[in-house]
Ligand binder design. Structure first.
Ligand code: SF4
Ligand code: SF4
Length: 349
């Protein structure tokens, strides 16, 4: 059985970048190499939206999306290719970043440290993010992950409120995750790795309200923890396979408000909500809001940075599948894309 730490899944985009798979990537040269641990049993957790969840029908190996989009390779071969690409791309500043994602299994911590060390040995300078499963960790493991060479900790909080978290990841689905532990590990990691070196992945469309998302964004700015948003995308065979995605109007409004909170110091009382806690209006000068939309930045994929501080990670297919409408843009949106965004912002829900 090909399992971690000897084997690793790699996003198709990264496999193409490293020359492990033939092909070309349209419109994106982000240079982030996204890796994912692989175990025959998939993941021991049971998140209701996830294709790797324990109670999902079929094994992780049979999961078509994971198999197609995340081919499996020997970890040492991937590390060696990363080392080679660091040299080939030296004039571009090397590879943007490597991300190693844990799944929730008994060996995941040991294997994460082992796999991080292999990448670090092959590519001494490459920035490495560890995308962890918080409920497996403690202070000592965070120290080991740092010692192995990671400089950023990503945490899949995913659910924006405690109630949604419990219903989709915790007790509500007989899953191991707890809201408290995720925050505890985030704060410990924030202490150890520094300001803005820790991030929460947050999914729009798991059952949370816009007001809960907004409150989370303000809390994370206060704690100097990044929020990277995804759009819920129903995975066939999961408990949430028939749940509708967030309408694009909602997603665009959340993206815009998040950006204004993080980058333009928008005050909480400038955001107007309807009776269902949905964002309906931003009380700010029109020019201020329009300039922000024109920049395109709020609607671009946001992820861990490269060595120059630019976004490196395009979080492959985190929010949509190839051929679908962009939910976030892994490139600077063109004028025609921004026309779509404006239409979506103002469309009927
Ligand atoms: S812990 Fe992560 S990989 Fe495991 S089921 Fe939950 S979301 Fe999926
Ligand atoms: S934003 Fe990308 S590189 Fe950063 S932790 Fe998430 S998946 Fe990994």
């Amino acid at each position: 059985m090909k399992h971690s730490p000897e084997w690793v899944r790699i996003s198709m985009a990264a496999a193409i970048e490293l020359g492990l798979k033939p092909g070309k990537i349209h419109g994106c040269h982000c240079g982030c190499i996204n890796l994912l641990q692989n175990y025959p049993e998939g993941c021991y957790a049971n998140c209701s939206y996830c294709g790797l969840a324990r109670h999902r029908p079929g094994s992780a190996e049979e999961n078509t999306f994971i198999r197609v989009a995340w081919p499996l390779f020997p970890t040492d071969q991937v590390a060696e290719k990363i080392g080679e690409q660091e040299v080939t791309r030296r004039h571009l500043g090397g590879i943007g970043r490597v991300c190693i994602a844990q799944v929730h299994t008994p060996n995941a911590n040991d294997d994460l440290v082992d796999m991080t060390e292999r990448v670090r040995k092959a590519a001494p300078e490459v920035p490495i993010s560890a995308l962890v499963s918080a409920n497996l960790l403690n202070e000592d493991w965070l120290a080991s992950i740092e010692g192995a060479g990671a400089d950023i900790i990503g945490i899949g909080l995913d659910a924006a409120s405690e109630e949604t978290f419990r219903d989709t990841r915790g007790r509500g689905v007989r899953g191991p995750h707890t809201w408290e532990k995720h925050w505890d590990i985030a704060r410990r990691a924030r202490q150890r790795f520094g300001a803005w070196k820790v991030n929460f992945h947050v999914v729009v469309g798991l059952g949370e309200s816009d007001a809960e998302l907004v409150d989370l964004f303000y809390s994370l700015v206060d704690e100097e923890i990044r929020a990277y948003i995804f759009s819920f995308n129903p995975e066939p065979g999961t408990t949430m396979e028939d749940v509708a995605r967030a309408p694009l109007q909602r997603l665009r409004r959340v993206q815009l408000v998040k950006h204004l909170i993080e980058k333009r110091e928008l005050q909480r009382d400038a955001i107007e909500f309807d009776a269902d806690d949905g964002i309906v209006h931003i009380h700010a000068p029109d020019e201020f809001v329009q300039q922000t939309i024109d920049s395109g930045t709020p609607f671009m994929t946001d992820g861990c940075p490269n060595r120059a501080g630019e976004v490196a990670c395009n979080r492959p297919y985190g929010s949509y599948r190839p051929g679908e409408e962009y939910r976030d843009y892994p490139f600077q949106p063109a004028a025609s894309d921004l026309a779509d965004v404006r239409r979506q912002l103002n469309s009927a829900p």
